[in-house]
Write a protein that binds this ligand. Structure first.
Ligand SMILES: Nc1nc2c(ncn2[C@@H]2O[C@H](COP(=O)(O)OP(=O)(O)OP(=O)(O)O)[C@@H](O)[C@H]2O)c(=O)[nH]1
Ligand SMILES: [Mg+2]
Length: 428
């Protein structure tokens, strides 16, 4: 793939003394790089709260204007979500294009989206981001036209109210249209999910900060326990490689089966419009029996990343699903791996023993409704024997005078189903 040259940008952030400030600036830098841009300068200002008109204070805006002119940088990325008037005033004051944090994340998602669903979801989020902005900026533009007349390129476009109204109606119509299309896709997904639930297979969802290794783990587990025809999911060292949910079935050597899903990664201050638009994609996590939170153990900001993941899960209403924490990429650290302490594992997705330890932990959590029993199945009921061989863990088989004697570890539901053939039941 040919590399397009990266756009140089200045990042700016307001330091209000919050503990997470440095981390949020690092994260912003990563987001900038994910959007094919590069940070040439980072400017901070210590202020308890943003200037309502210009975000930074007046003196700092002037300083920014000088840097923009001297460094010939045309884009400034702001670490927070700005009001439409803050964006415009900063643009006027610095003569650079201003992109706020929300706008930046939306741009990255738009560039990454591949499937029709992901594209529609991003489109919806962008339209919802634009709608209130269009309103305010247009009315302020009107104020400026009738009032002092203020300078600057952006104010002189002469868009009258009727035009704004029209744009608003167009956006609203597009929102309705996209919503309608998404609803159709969602219905199909919900039906699939219901069908899977009826199959009674436990479902496990990989969640976590973007680039932690969720898709890599998914692929490794599918390679080991999936069906041959199962496709691998996309993996790349970049933010938001995955925007679509994938679900795969895993079958372990003891015939226990489960579903594993991989989905979009998180970042702090994920725009609410995106969280809302991706709600159905994230439903896979909300409906899971178990979450595996994947953390990049080699990243110095892992604590903040975990806090971000937990907060995002709260935001999407996932509060009572049990969770295992996987500290991944241990091969990039000095740590011994794989290790496990209760529900926390230190491992590497690239290591086979790590996968076994993870599977063992998952199995303890999700396969609890299993029993072991001895069956005697008459020869006339051959299909029961076949069913158990395919769907249960047959521990021993004996052919005796009046039928097949099996010792089987099986789901409680199957046990009930074939109760008439049970000789003795054991604890498991
Ligand atoms: N060394 C090492 N690299 C890993 C490991 N797990 C994943 N990676 C690498 O980390 C990068 C990100 O992996 P992904 O699996 O795409 O991460 P993800 O969590 O799915 O990321 P998003 O889809 O963006 O949320 C890739 O370059 C992987 O090869 C690991 O255990 N060790
Ligand atoms: Mg991924």
């Amino acid at each position: 793939m040919e590399e397009t040259p990266r756009t140089p940008v200045i990042t700016i952030g307001l330091n209000a003394g919050q503990a997470t400030f440095d981390y949020s600036m690092t994260e912003l830098k990563n987001l900038v790089e994910a959007n094919n841009m590069t940070v040439v300068e980072e400017i901070q200002q210590s202020l308890t709260k943003p200037n309502p008109g210009t975000y930074f204070g007046t003196g700092k805006v002037e300083e920014l204007a000088t840097i923009v002119a001297d460094d010939e940088v045309n884009v400034i990325i702001v670490n927070d979500e700005l009001t439409p008037s803050q964006i415009r005033n900063l643009e006027n004051g610095t003569k650079a294009r201003i992109i706020d944090r929300t706008g930046l994340i939306l741009e990255i998602f738009a560039n990454r989206a591949q499937s029709r669903e992901a594209k529609l979801q991003v489109q919806l989020a962008m339209l919802q981001y634009q709608l209130p902005r269009l309103h305010t900026s247009a009315s302020q533009r009107l104020d400026q036209q009738t009032g002092s007349g203020g300078g600057g390129g952006f104010t002189n476009r002469g868009s009258g109210e009727s035009q704004t109204e029209m744009s608003r109606r167009t956006i609203q119509r597009s929102i309705n249209h996209v919503n309608h299309e998404l609803k159709e896709i969602n219905q199909a997904a919900a039906t699939q999910r219901q069908q899977r639930e009826r199959n009674q297979l436990p479902s496990v969802a990989l969640v976590g900060y973007t680039n932690a290794g969720k898709s890599t783990l998914m692929n490794a587990l599918v390679r080991k326990f999936g069906k041959n025809e199962d496709k691998q999911v996309f993996v790349k060292d970049m933010l938001f490689a995955t925007l679509d949910t994938s679900v795969r079935q895993l079958v372990f050597p003891d015939q226990k089966k489960m579903l594993l899903s991989d989905t979009v990664g998180f970042v702090s201050q994920l725009p609410t419009q995106l969280v809302k638009a991706f709600r159905s994609t994230l439903a896979e996590a909300a409906n899971a029996d178990l979450l595996i939170q994947v953390v990049d153990y080699a990243d110095t900001n892992k604590e903040a990343m975990m806090a971000t993941t937990e907060k995002t899960l709260m935001d999407i209403g996932v509060t009572d699903v049990p969770m295992i924490t996987v500290f991944n990429k241990a091969d990039l650290t000095e740590a011994t791996y794989p290790t496990r302490a209760a529900d926390q594992l230190v491992l590497s997705a690239l290591d086979d023993d790590s996968l076994d330890l993870l599977v063992q932990a998952i199995k303890e959590k999700v396969f609890h409704n299993y029993v072991t029993a001895n069956f005697l199945i008459p020869f006339s009921e051959g299909e029961v024997v076949s069913y158990l061989n395919e769907n249960a863990h047959v521990l021993s088989t004996d052919y005796v005078a009046d039928g097949t004697a099996l010792k089987v570890e099986l789901q409680q539901a199957d046990f009930e189903r074939f109760k008439q053939f049970v000789v003795t039941k054991e604890h498991s």
